[in-house]
Design a binder for this molecule. Sequence first.
Ligand code: ATP
Length: 236
Amino acid sequence: MPHRNEDGASIINLNNAKIVQKNFTVLSDVNLHIQRGRFCYLIGKTGSGKSSLLKVLYGHLPLKVGSGDVAGFKLETLRAGDVPNLRRKLGIVFQDFQLLTDRNIEKNLKFVLEATGWNEKAKIDERIDEVLASVGMKTKKHKMPHQLSGGEQQRIAIARALLNHPQLILADEPTGNLDPETSNDIMTLLKRVALENNCAVVMATHDYHMIQNFPGEAIKCEDGKVSIMNTAELFE
Ligand SMILES: Nc1ncnc2c1ncn2[C@@H]1O[C@H](COP(=O)(O)OP(=O)(O)OP(=O)(O)O)[C@@H](O)[C@H]1O
């Protein structure tokens, strides 16, 4: 298949990529290689390009300059029809949870499974129970989203991201709406499920307290460029 590239152990590869919003270049000369199973922050000031970079990685913004691939999908030749297939390989988690408010948790998860080709009821029920158990939310299956706290809704959003066994989770400020204690819980959860599923995580965040609590590797967006650093450098 011309639109796929299964080479190498990296789940994300960008080579001399330019990240563009409308006609405005947000980031240029982006060279990024993230191995399978790695956890990496995405940091940088407001407007530095974190969300734009994530959008290119999940096929929401086209890669018009440079080359790259995510989960085996070539980005520079990605067609609209390939995007759902790429998204099936990814788990995406947003700041505002984005649960469907008109149905309960079980039906939120069922909706995603059915939309991605699952059709056997027993297997659907089993997978929903598995992901809810892995985020400690099995008893909340019949609750509506508004009956859950922000932290619980984010746990459900993480469970939803895990449904199709993703190789990569892209998280855009997943703790942005949560208090510090709940943020730490969500971070612990994300790190654990990533490890258990051998899943890479790229997580955009502004939260330096959390970065200090959970040090690691970071992709930094600054002055239109991207670099890799260790978060310990932020606190020297
Ligand atoms: N839809 C859009 N159309 C045009 N320009 C955009 C659009 N979205 C973002 N931009 C511009 O692209 C640049 C990068 O924005 P982006 O949202 O990627 O930054 P960010 O680092 O995620 O910021 P924040 O931390 O505030 O979420 C900004 O200058 C922004 O104004």
